[in-house]
Design a binder for this molecule. Structure first.
Ligand code: NAD
Ligand code: ZN
Ligand code: ZN
Length: 345
């Protein structure tokens, strides 16, 4: 089969690989019909994710058709259409029982990381019964791909952790796919303001179209002043960090009102200053989370009822045989205006 393989920092290729087979009784083999590329895949390609070693097939998002199941899998059968979660969950360990699937002791984020992933014709999914979801009849497969990772991430790590409330004020720093997913799902709660902050005017324009009540380009260094002005001098009730660098977390620390929550989504590679000298008396909550994908069944219901259309995040489409072009397009998002690219199996 064809598969996109990480070959070490800066090296990648579309290779011919053997088709995966069942190795545990709880596995399923899925024929990929649609997959996509995540910002995390770009981190891996730069050598920034040590758990992902050269030779690995990348990809942790997608939909497909069950080809084969192990003897312990009873809820799925060959031919079933399924959504793949970016998090594999055994369903039984101490963390799975606490609904913290991302910390599953033998699963978590392993797909396209420590085991071969979805950017291929076929993928082996461990713990199939608790890591796959049946595709609802008549649903749009491209929209569903957004439920493997980015929608649960924006919703669980940003909106739920950030305690977005009816009438509350929200700022989302970072208007990439994850920040935009937080923007789409924050609207379930009807906050009175959602201010999107980014350096890229195109992404801010997209944010406005997706429901942001205001946008701020922070490249002039005046974002703090602007947000305070927009909120009557108070600051926001929820600040969602969706970039993953010190500057944007520190911006969140400066724009929160007393009683607010800073919900961090970004993956941070360096230490960030915590300004307790300013925050100690402000009743602030800071949350962190790796997406658990516990909200996937709820998001599937929302999708089925057309309350949101995550398809709006898709900007480009490629065949698997042209996945190198897809990476080129996704990797130069500022020029190509790419958000999510769909790769068809
Ligand atoms: N916690 C989790 O479970 C989880 C899951 C998936 C992704 N992530 C992380 O979420 C973050 C966002 O992911 P993404 O795919 O949307 O990334 P992205 O790189 O596509 O988007 C980041 C956005 O931030 C903007 N930006 C960069 N520097 C900025 C600055 N100084 N001020 C304001 N905006 C700035 C960029 O213009 C871009 O639009 C990443 O760190 C990613 O690793 C976390
Ligand atoms: Zn991802
Ligand atoms: Zn587990």
């Amino acid at each position: 089969m064809k598969a996109f393989v990480y070959l070490g920092p800066g090296k990648k290729a579309l290779e011919e690989r053997p088709k995966p087979d069942i190795t545990a009784s709880t596995d399923a083999i899925v024929k990929i019909t649609k997959t996509t590329i995540c910002g995390t895949d770009l981190h891996i390609l730069k050598g920034g994710v040590p758990s992902c070693q050269p030779g690995r097939i990348l990809g942790h998002e997608g939909v497909g058709i069950i080809e084969k199941v192990g003897p312990a899998v009873t809820t799925f059968k060959p031919g079933d259409r399924v959504l793949i979660s970016c998090i594999s969950a055994c369903g039984k360990c101490v963390y799975c029982r606490k609904l913290m699937y991302s910390h599953c002791t033998t699963g978590g984020w392993i797909l396209g990381n420590s085991i071969d992933g979805c950017q291929a014709e076929f993928v082996r999914i461990p713990y199939a019964e608790t890591s796959l979801y049946r595709v609802p009849d008549g649903s749009d497969e491209e929209a569903l791909v957004m439920l493997s990772d980015i929608l649960p991430t924006g919703f669980e790590c940003g909106v739920l952790n950030g305690k977005v409330q009816p009438g509350s004020t929200v700022a989302i720093v970072g208007s990439g796919p994850i920040g935009l997913a937080a923007l789409l799902t924050a609207q379930f709660y009807s906050p009175s303001a959602i201010i999107m902050i980014d350096l890229d005017d195109n992404r801010l324009k997209v944010a406005k179209r997706f429901g942001a009540t205001a946008v701020v380009n922070s490249s002039d260094g005046k974002a703090v002043e602007t947000v305070l002005k927009m909120t009557g001098g108070y600051g926001v009730d929820t600040a969602i960090e969706a970039v993953g660098i010190p500057a944007t977390f520190e911006l969140c620390e400066k724009i929160v009102a007393p009683g607010a929550t800073i919900a961090n989504i970004g993956v941070h590679g360096t230490k960030v200053a915590l300004h307790l000298e300013r925050l100690w008396d402000r009743n602030i909550t800071i949350t962190t989370r790796l997406v658990d994908t516990v909200s996937t069944p709820m998001l599937l219901n929302i999708l089925r009822s057309h309350k949101i259309d995550p398809k709006v995040l898709i900007t480009h489409r490629f065949k698997l045989s042209h996945i190198l072009d897809a990476y080129e397009t996704f990797g130069h998002a500022a020029d190509t205006r790419a958000l999510k690219v769909i790769i068809e199996g």
